[in-house]
Ligand binder design. Structure first.
Ligand code: SF4
Ligand code: SF4
Length: 207
């Protein structure tokens, strides 16, 4: 074989050779038997058995392997970073955010915009808070940096919508006041660790 032939990778030009690996039946009956042998293999009945078994389990024994989404949902990992939630204080029902602006500053996508003002008691209140979910990359920095556990990544991962703005306003993310009792303390991304109190170094001075 020449070097040019050796380097020629165009297999389309090469003649194909059909290799007979089994005895070719001569008679019609032999050909029929070969079709039957090739069609009805043991694996076919194994597959049918598995299908029937699962169907009977599902219909008559209530053992369904599939989750009936969206009526049923699997629990998500606490580290999953879904759409943000703004939490309220359980005692007063007031939102936890103190308007410190750390989340806005750390956001690497620059998608948090907020505004604050001082109310009549000289307390800072949040007048505007939006997250542009067209830019958010769900990095979790805002939840990690928040000193009040006010902004967290909640469990809402169904963020398909005609309008991304549907999720982005402070009021949309804030726990509804009538659902305050159902507000879960956040145990996921950015939450305080269970032994956080022990990890704090006590100051030696008596203030
Ligand atoms: S998850 Fe990341 S990108 Fe999204 S708002 Fe928070 S800090 Fe910004
Ligand atoms: S870091 Fe937390 S407390 Fe500070 S502005 Fe953001 S959400 Fe509010």
């Amino acid at each position: 074989m020449s070097l040019e032939q050796f380097k020629n990778r165009n297999v389309g030009e090469q003649p194909y050779v059909l290799i007979e690996s089994e005895h070719r039946p001569k008679s019609g009956m032999g050909r029929f038997q070969r079709v039957v042998n090739r069609t009805f293999k043991k694996e076919l009945f194994t597959g049918l058995y598995v299908t029937m078994r699962e169907m009977i389990n599902t219909l008559f024994r209530g053992e369904m392997a599939a989750v009936k989404y969206p009526f049923e949902k699997l629990p998500i990992s606490p580290r999953y970073r879904a759409i943000h939630d703004m939490l309220r204080l359980l005692e007063s029902g007031h939102y936890r955010c103190i308007g410190c602006g750390l989340c806005e500053k750390i956001c690497i996508s620059n998608c948090i915009k907020m505004d604050t003002r001082y109310d009549e008691n000289q307390r800072k209140e949040v007048t505007e808070y939006t997250i542009n979910f067209g830019r958010c990359i769900f990095c979790g920095y805002c939840a990690e940096v928040c000193p009040e556990l006010a902004i967290v990544h909640g469990g809402r991962y169904e963020n398909a919508s005609e309008q991304r703005a549907s999720f982005s306003l402070f009021e949309d993310m804030l726990t509804p006041i009538d659902a305050l009792k159902q507000q879960q303390e956040f145990d996921g991304f950015g939450a305080v660790t269970p032994n956080a109190d022990n990890a704090i170094k006590k100051t030696p001075l008596a203030y």
